[in-house]
Design a protein around this ligand. Structure first.
Ligand SMILES: [Zn+2]
Length: 367
């Protein structure tokens, strides 16, 4: 197993010949930010206008006013994308003010921000993002939309205040548009020549998106199941437990392939023991993926910018927050309970469907 990634990378290079640097030249941070704003406008009818004089907590922060198509104020949105010494690692969405409806019926609108630690610009090149960073920007923006478009009345139910295994649906579904050809053509322009990303590169991105997915999904399933096995132990049985032995027992019970090593070993697998409310919650990423792929497949069937599907997603998911049961909301949007089939198809593990309206389905990369 310790050689697996070494050979997987060799296979990726040989099969797909995808050069990350070639792709990144089309992903300057400003272009990608235009991409997320274009996406929000096309799907949900909201516009982003920069407020250069707005107060900000750091000069590198950009502040935008978000308005709906009737020019009503929806939210304030801030982006803070570059690392600095005092900043925690990673990327996240949060709020300076959550939304709620006041007792007099007026609605207090949210102030939402997205934070990243993306590649900084250099003296002669702008900040060029990797594919992973592009997907991260879309991901956090999906959480941001959940926060900004909320219409839930109670602060405790507004925006991202939803069940843990539902909160990643808006973020993960938004990632699917990052490499969607129709959107790429609107935001991916070469930083030097200004040329739009060529068709040949889009094809390569699509092909490489399913690389290694069988391995990856199996690895993630085993991590989720190991976490749940720990959670199912009676506390008195776990006091003097032999961790190595327990991991081996679980591997045997799962019939885990020998090529797979645990993605995290138990002593440092922090989702197991809590921390940020994750106790026995590692499965939520996969469950959210069942939801987001099943949801996105509806878009691929109807058209990735289909107004009716976007309206339904906005009204039934993004605006509702936690004001109704997630299963009720999902079924209202999707028309059925979540099914795993779309996940398998999008990861290239099952044959793909033909698009309802004819033509090819363009399937962007997973994470
Ligand atoms: Zn997330």
């Amino acid at each position: 197993p310790w050689d697996y990634y070494y050979y997987a990378e060799k296979v990726r290079r040989k099969k797909y010949a995808l050069d990350e640097n070639e792709v990144s030249a089309y992903f300057s941070v400003d272009n990608v930010r235009k991409g997320i704003f274009t996406l929000a406008e096309r799907l949900y009818g909201v516009t982003f206008t920069e407020l250069p004089d707005a107060p900000k907590y750091n000069p590198e922060v950009n502040v935008y006013e978000v308005k709906d198509k009737d020019n009503n104020h929806v939210a304030v949105f801030m982006t803070d994308y570059f690392p600095r010494p005092s900043k925690r690692q990673g990327a996240w969405m949060s709020e300076f003010r959550g939304a709620f409806e006041d007792t007099d019926g007026t609605s207090a609108r949210p102030i939402v921000y997205n934070v990243g630690n993306f590649t900084r610009p250099t003296a002669d090149t702008p900040a060029l993002l990797t594919i992973d960073e592009v997907q991260t920007m879309f991901h956090e923006f999906g959480h941001g939309l959940h926060g900004m478009l909320t219409k839930a009345k109670l602060r405790s139910q507004a925006g991202t205040n939803v069940d843990r295994d539902f909160v990643e649906l808006p973020s993960q579904i938004t990632e699917h548009w990052a490499l969607e050809p129709e959107l790429l053509k609107e935001y991916a322009f070469h930083y030097k020549t200004g040329e739009v990303i060529p068709e040949s590169l889009i094809k390569k991105l699509e092909a490489a998106s399913t690389h290694n997915q069988g391995f990856e999904i199996t690895e993630r399933v085993t991590a989720a199941l190991l976490d749940l096995e720990w959670g199912a132990l009676n506390p008195s049985d776990s006091e003097n437990i032999d961790i190595d032995k327990f991991e081996k027992q679980v591997a045997a019970k799962l019939d885990m392939p020998s090529q797979i090593a645990y993605r995290y070993r138990s002593p440092y697998f922090k989702h197991i023991f809590g921390g940020d409310g994750y106790a026995s919650g590692y499965y939520t990423y996969l469950w959210a993926e069942v939801l987001d792929t099943d949801g996105f497949e509806l878009f691929t069937e109807k058209g990735v910018f289909d107004p009716a599907t976007a309206k339904s997603f906005k009204e039934n998911i993004l605006e509702m927050g936690g004001s109704e049961d997630p299963m009720t909301l999902f079924k209202r949007f999707r028309g059925h309970e979540p099914k795993v089939d779309a996940l398998l198809r999008l990861r290239g593990l099952a044959p793909r469907k033909e698009a309802a309206k004819g033509g090819d389905i363009n399937i962007p990369g997973g994470k």
